[in-house]
Design a protein around this ligand. Structure first.
Ligand code: HEM
Length: 446
């Protein structure tokens, strides 16, 4: 097989660069090799990375025949999400799980979340002391965690919710450094590092989280009022498969853990970047405020959701520093030609969201934050894909966009903030996703 070009450095160097400096490595590869390249990160599977929109369309829209997206390729998530999560499921079971979860994160149900989003944002921001330094990502993470707790369990600020929020934050912190990713790939490194391994107390934390989640499931099973609740846990508990079987406790736990973690870290980072860019660019802030103020007092959440400039600001934020750098891997099942290369069955193909969003032909001056791009041009689903595409496209896409817009609208119209971090902030790896490379400090003025 003739694979697309690859860096000629030894595999160990490629792995280290991929773990510690993924963005500059991907930039380097795309500028050298263009639309498609190979990285030798795993001796068992050749893996190619694509950023050509036509090739992305072929890969992401062909979910069963030439290419598949089996859950076993996402095994790196099982240490946290277990083996029964939608992320690790394949084929029919994967589709069924998506169908079960989707309704809770789409359509009319979103209206019910508007009040929660406004209420949580107010309660968190109003408690920030005036004049004190705050890292905006810590603030947005508190907001998104409380919101997802409410959507998933229908509760927050109860002692159990507060404890789970604390444990989840600690879990995600312990797995956020590049070093903990390295210990996941090379378990021997974790043993050598001992208590200096950033994830050394991970098992204890996961057991604490599991205990709380199983207690909540048990309490719902014993409690009649769960029939009338509309949160995601209640929906999943009342769902039945073709044979009339309900989900087991382990299935429920894995699904809840998936939604709780995938559902808040990502949005917290996207919101932190949005706040950074809005307050760094005075003209962007002024335009946004004009648009928001034109709606008058207490505008409808759906009207806020459809605002063109707010949408452009959110899109540009997700474009310039996408939180997910890659789509989940797809596996070639039948020989297929991509960008002039014939790929054999077994090859893994990664859609590179990061490289696509930095293509000069689509986004001139890609390092410039320019929301107007999204007003001047309509991008296809394979040119702008912060939520991936095809069979594994993000389940929380609508929820995340709704949440981003309402939180930003609330902050901008109700509070005065000031950006204290004046130097350029860059993205860095945070576990399997990306995040700001240092705290972005904000000060609340009123
Ligand atoms: C700004 C916020 C978010 C971003 C940028 C984001 C990004 C992504 C990306 C890139 C994927 C992989 C898609 C693919 O391979 O084609 C994904 C999958 C996923 N996301 Fe999100 N996500 C966000 C918010 C959320 C939220 C709020 C939830 C849940 C409440 C969520 C749950 C999931 C799940 C469960 C999957 C796996 C879907 C599957 O395997 O079928 N995400 N997300």
């Amino acid at each position: 097989m003739h694979l697309p070009p690859a860096p000629n450095s030894p595999s160990a160097i490629q792995i280290l660069r991929w773990i510690f400096t993924p963005m500059s490595y991907m930039d380097e590869c795309a500028s050298k090799y263009g639309d498609i390249y190979t990285l030798n990160l795993n001796p068992n599977y050749p893996a190619v990375y694509i950023n050509n929109p036509d090739a992305l369309q072929t890969v992401l829209s062909s979910d069963t025949k030439e290419l598949s997206s089996p859950g076993e390729l996402n095994v790196i998530f099982t240490f946290l999400l277990g083996t029964q999560s939608v992320i690790t499921a394949s084929g029919k079971q994967h589709q069924r799980k998506r169908q079960l979860i989707m309704p809770a994160l789409h359509g009319e149900r979103m209206r019910a979340y508007a009040d929660i989003i406004n209420q949580v944002t107010d309660s968190v921001i109003s408690k920030l002391p005036i004049g004190a330094y705050e890292s905006i990502r810590n603030v947005t993470q508190t907001i998104t965690l409380k919101i997802i707790m409410q959507a998933v369990f229908g509760l927050y600020d109860s002692p159990r919710a507060t404890e789970l929020e604390r444990v989840l934050s600690d879990i995600l912190e312990s797995t956020s450094s590049p070093l903990s990713l390295a210990t996941g790939i090379f378990p021997i490194l974790g043993k050598v590092l001992g208590k200096f391994n950033p994830a050394h107390n991970f098992d204890t934390l996961r057991q604490q989280a599991d205990k709380i989640i199983y207690e909540e499931i048990q309490e719902r099973r014993n409690n009649q009022d769960s029939q009338t609740r509309v949160d995601i846990l209640s929906l999943l508990m009342s769902a039945r498969d073709e044979d009339g079987q309900a989900m087991t406790d382990v299935e429920l736990r894995d699904e809840l853990m998936t939604l709780l973690t995938a559902g808040h870290e990502t949005t917290a980072t996207a919101l932190a970047w949005a706040v950074y860019f809005i307050y760094k660019n005075e003209n962007v802030k002024t335009k946004l405020l004009e648009e928001l103020n034109s709606l008058g007092k207490n505008p409808d959440s759906n009207v806020i959701f459809k605002l063109p400039y707010l949408t452009a600001v959110c899109n540009e934020t997700l474009r310039i520093y996408p939180v997910g750098l890659l789509c989940f891997p797809r596996r070639v099942e039948k020989p297929i030609s991509l960008c002039g290369y014939d790929l054999e069955p077994g090859t893994l193909v990664y859609g590179s969201i990061y490289n696509t969003h930095r293509r000069q032909d689509l986004y001139p001056n890609p390092d410039e934050f320019k929301p107007e791009r999204f007003l001047e041009r309509q991008y296809s689903a394979y040119e702008f894909l912060p939520f991936g595409g095809g069979a594994r496209r993000c389940i929380g896409l609508a929820f995340a966009q709704f949440e981003m817009k309402l939180v930003l609208a609330k902050i901008l119209t109700s509070y005065q903030l000031e950006l204290l971090t004046k130097n350029k902030v860059n993205p860095k790896r945070r576990g399997l996703v990306s995040a700001p490379d240092r705290p972005i400090y904000m000060n609340r003025l009123s």
